[in-house]
Design a binder for this molecule. Structure first.
Ligand code: GLY
Length: 377
């Protein structure tokens, strides 16, 4: 089943190459086209990642050529410093530039990835001891804000450390992972989307949300970023606290799945007819759990539990959310959501959902884990 789904996803991605040209798919309504972005959001790397995954799945050089074209466009974006004043530099440059380096040791790709990691490093705020999520330093609104999504950007810093031996990358990633564990994860293993600190001394102020239902609720995609992000930090640092945090966050996630195994947009949002789901959160959590399973001993009972959950979730995504029944659909997964409360794409294709769905399929079929770390390490 997974292999068939993977092959259909690869076919769809191939059909999309000509349609998107030099633009990037962003979000899209089922029955319509993907809205295109012009390198001005946090999402463009996922199209590159889909192209690299499709190349690995099929060996078709058309994917490689298209992926490399996107990497060149990421070089241009970096030179122009276009829409890079945020923490999502790992989402942009890992599945694009670092992926090319990982697959083919292309020196220009490694250079680009390292230059990008300097931008992320530049968001470290020493007075507060965290990586600032959005906006310029000292921004009155966002200067003291961290967000859980950043855990998926830390691999860029860990990777840069591995490439260069420069300890600034490692110490920053480790310090930010620890800050995130202490302040974004709550005692019952749920999570805040964001947390605020006093900018001048890092004194904690409190948790909040940007895309979730309320400040104290658990935004499902945030929880999924936590599952995957902490186990990636574990992979790089071997700090057992991160494995435990990922494990506990995964248990929280799977214990609250609805009947069809695909999360609503927030675990605390009232569920009624038409409550939006976020299929991307489920796809991300599956990738995180597949990574987590790889670090659990054979005898660990959670292995079986998480494996079973991944299979149930991926079966539902494949049978009810994947668009293989509609050759015209540009997206792979229906019913993702970007920012429900803000009215942005509450029930759409979202390009990161497509990427993580294909990453999960590649993990299941080929044991290929995506582009968040070098496979040889
Ligand atoms: N990283 C932004 C989001 O998950 O919507």
């Amino acid at each position: 089943m997974w292999n068939e789904a993977l092959m259909h996803a690869v076919e769809k991605t191939k059909a999309n190459i000509g349609k998107f040209g030099d633009l990037f798919p962003w979000t899209g309504i089922d029955g319509g086209d993907y809205k295109r972005s012009n390198h001005d959001d946090w999402t463009e790397g996922f199209w590159s990642g889909l192209l690299w995954l499709s190349y690995e799945a099929s060996g078709d050089p058309a994917f490689r050529e298209a992926a490399i074209r996107t990497v060149h466009s990421f070089r241009k974006r970096l030179i122009e410093h276009k829409a890079l004043d945020h923490h999502d530099i790992g989402f942009l440059y890992m599945p694009s530039a670092a992926a090319w380096w990982m697959l083919e040791e292309a020196e220009e790709a490694k250079r680009l990835g390292l230059e990008a990691s300097e931008i992320l490093l530049g968001r470290w705020r020493p007075a507060g001891g965290y990586i600032q999520a959005w906006g310029p330093a000292h921004d009155p609104q966002n200067g003291g804000r961290i967000i859980i999504d950043c855990l998926l950007n830390l691999p860029l810093l860990y990777w840069a450390y591995e490439q260069t031996g420069d300890s600034r990358y490692l110490s920053t990633a480790m310090a930010h992972a620890e800050k995130s564990r202490k302040f974004l994860v709550r005692g019952d293993d749920s999570s805040y989307h964001t947390f605020y600190f006093k900018q001048e001394n890092g004194e904690p102020i409190g948790g909040g949300t940007h895309q979730g239902y309320t400040d104290g609720s658990t935004w499902t995609r945030g929880q999924a970023w936590g599952i995957y992000g902490f186990i990636l930090s574990y992979r790089y640092t071997r700090n057992p606290l991160y494995l435990e945090t990922s494990r506990r966050m995964a248990a929280y996630f799977i214990d609250r799945l609805p009947e069809d195994q695909v999360t609503y947009w927030d675990f605390d949002a009232p569920v009624e007819d038409g409550t939006p789901r976020d299929s991307s959160a489920t796809a991300i959590a599956c990738c995180g759990m597949l990574e987590l399973i790889a670090h659990l001993p054979e005898s660990d009972p959670d292995r079986i539990r998480f494996e079973a959950a991944v299979h149930r979730c991926m079966k539902s995504l494949t049978e009810y959310y994947f668009t293989d029944d509609d050759p015209e659909a540009e997206g792979l997964l229906r019913h993702g959501s970007y920012h429900v409360r803000g009215g942005m794409s509450p029930d759409d294709f979202v390009i990161w959902g497509d990427y993580f769905y294909m990453e999960a399929l590649m993990r299941l079929v080929r044991d290929v884990p995506g582009y968040w770390y070098e496979r040889k390490s």
